[in-house]
Design a protein around this ligand. Structure first.
Ligand SMILES: [Zn+2]
Length: 113
């Protein structure tokens, strides 16, 4: 069941809702001011995409936007894609390093000092 995020265009409140039908979406009220005027925030839907899906849709040659580089989950994606294409298993040590890097991007700099 898809959960969408909306922003009220009257008071800027952001809220989530589980939407089953288009008609329900139209009747959604802002929980803060009760307005029906809202816009769908589509950018964050990508948050729920699994790594495997991101890997499958990731194209190393494509131009990346800022959002791509700001998303720490994309760290190491290029390396993983390459390994996938070559049929190479990067091993658990690589996964561990990557996990550390993604959750704490500053750790690399500290470790090399
Ligand atoms: Zn509102």
């Amino acid at each position: 069941m898809p959960i969408y995020e909306y922003q009220c265009t009257s008071c800027s409140e952001e809220f989530q809702s589980l939407v089953m039908k288009k008609a329900e979406e139209q009747n959604l009220l802002c929980p803060r001011c009760g307005s029906k005027r809202k816009r769908k925030l589509i950018s964050r839907v990508a948050y729920h995409v699994s790594e495997q899906d991101r890997l499958n849709t990731f194209k190393p040659g494509d131009a990346k936007d800022d959002a791509f580089f700001k998303d720490s989950r994309n760290i190491g994606l290029a390396a993983k894609k390459r390994a996938q294409q070559l049929g190479v298993d990067l091993g658990t040590r690589f996964e561990e390093k990557l996990e550390k890097l993604r959750s704490d991007p500053g750790s690399v700099i500290r470790d090399s000092e």
